[in-house]
Design a protein around this ligand. Structure first.
Ligand SMILES: [Zn+2]
Length: 154
């Protein structure tokens, strides 16, 4: 399946045609996805315990994965999904503009950048600390109490 959880997808056929939503769950075995706000059905829930009440709950039902297309973050279009290899990893790309669709991949590269920043940080920190130490060491003023000696005139 080319659709993953947290993808934004657009329904391309049926009652919810044109509707966009986030993928809440996927079922690769059944070839279905559950999309936020799509295929809402009423489920009648009977109270099972003493303090529960019977109620009708609205919730999303699964729809066939072939009825949705991934919406590209970059160009905003519903698109078919292509594949390519970036940094030795297979990633999904937008067929229309070529942008990488895999959010996990995007996040990973961001995390890498954060790691690089962290690697540089300790140097700065030690520098700062030594500078501060020098500052605090210097202005230790000796407070000499100059109490006037009381001398008796007699
Ligand atoms: Zn695109």
């Amino acid at each position: 399946m080319n659709v993953k959880v947290n993808d934004t997808v657009q329904v391309i056929t049926g009652k919810y045609k044109g509707k966009q939503g986030k993928v809440l769950a996927t079922s690769p075995k059944a070839g279905t996805v559950i999309v936020e706000g799509v295929n809402i059905r009423q489920k009648h829930e009977k109270a099972r315990r003493a303090n529960e009440t019977s109620k009708i709950v609205s919730e999303e039902g699964p729809i066939d994965v072939s009825n949705v297309e991934v919406v590209c973050d970059k160009c905003g279009k519903a698109t078919r999904v292509g594949h390519t290899v970036a940094d030795g990893k297979k990633v999904r790309v937008c067929k229309k503009c070529g942008a990488v669709l895999d959010k996990a991949y995007v996040k990973k590269s961001k995390a890498k950048a954060a790691e690089d920043a962290k690697a540089e940080a300790p140097k700065k920190r030690t520098r700062k600390r030594s500078a501060k130490a020098a500052e605090t060491a210097a202005p230790v003023e000796e407070t000499v109490e100059s109490t006037p000696a009381v001398t008796d005139g007699e």
